[in-house]
Design a protein around this ligand. Structure first.
Ligand SMILES: C[S@@+](CC[C@H](N)C(=O)[O-])C[C@H]1O[C@@H](n2cnc3c(N)ncnc32)[C@H](O)[C@@H]1O
Length: 226
């Protein structure tokens, strides 16, 4: 993995596949906040199940290893399977995460106003998981927003998590330990984490996106790690 970091080491980026998070020690991450890519090939429930299984089994095992015992996993999930179908993706993903040792603690929504799609008010789900057996004290926050789609970085093809959503999540989660975004794209979560004085670790597979994030967050390339 190619590694980039800020001079003080509090922001780190690894360019590679986040199915393996070898450079991150077990139980050290305070909160995972990410928006996985949700372009799923193939239509129908079976394809959506395959996608959710890959997320929970292929990626979730490492999320569980690196996350602190009382840490949070927050996923921002769209509901347009294969760009068109509505398949209740949140329920499918929740089912697979439950089967692999997570429990759903909170569920919220971010609805897009002024959607550029033909769907009105496209809905995105915000799901908060804990490791099974770790229960949080309920909070009074209502996780619901009506927001226009934020502009992501002009060089990015990906949508991004809106700033008010990411801020609420980070302010309401464990403060100790870095924030991890295993699908970091153009690094929006990193930028927000940095503005809150949090440590951040990003992982991005696409070299071009990794370079954009490094530029945006002023990270320098330090080395390749195995
Ligand atoms: C929905 S985008 C994330 C957008 C991000 N929140 C932002 O603000 O730009 C998903 C990102 O995951 C990356 N990705 C896909 N598969 C990956 C993998 N196996 N490991 C690491 N990154 C991956 C994609 O290249 C893409 O940049």
């Amino acid at each position: 993995m190619t590694r980039y970091e800020r001079r003080d080491g509090r922001l780190r980026l690894f360019r590679g596949d986040s199915r393996r998070l070898d450079p991150i020690s077990s139980g050290t991450v305070g909160v995972i906040l990410t928006s996985p890519p949700y372009w799923v090939r193939g239509r129908g429930r079976a394809a959506a199940e395959r996608y959710a299984r890959d997320l929970a089994v292929g990626f979730g095992r490492e999320w569980k290893r690196v996350l602190a015992r009382d840490g949070d996993l927050w996923l921002m999930i769209g509901d347009r399977h294969d760009g068109a179908e509505w398949v209740a993706m949140d329920a499918i993903i929740t089912g697979w995460l439950r089967r692999t040792g997570w429990s759903l603690q909170s569920r919220g929504f971010w609805a897009q106003t002024s959607s550029r799609e033909r769907w009105d008010n496209r809905v995105n789900y915000l799901l908060r998981f804990k490791k099974a057996g770790e229960v949080v004290r309920p909070r009074g926050t209502t996780l619901c927003w009506m927001l226009p789609l934020p502009r992501s970085h002009p060089d990015s093809i990906w949508d991004t998590i809106p700033e008010p959503v990411a801020r609420t999540v980070l302010e309401g989660s464990k403060k100790r330990g870095p924030v991890l975004d295993p699908f970091c794209g153009s690094g929006t979560v990193g930028r927000i984490a940095a503005s809150l004085g949090r440590e951040w670790i990003g992982v991005e597979r696409d070299p071009r996106m990794a370079r954009i994030t490094a530029r945006r967050l002023r990270l320098r390339r330090v080395a390749s790690v195995t």
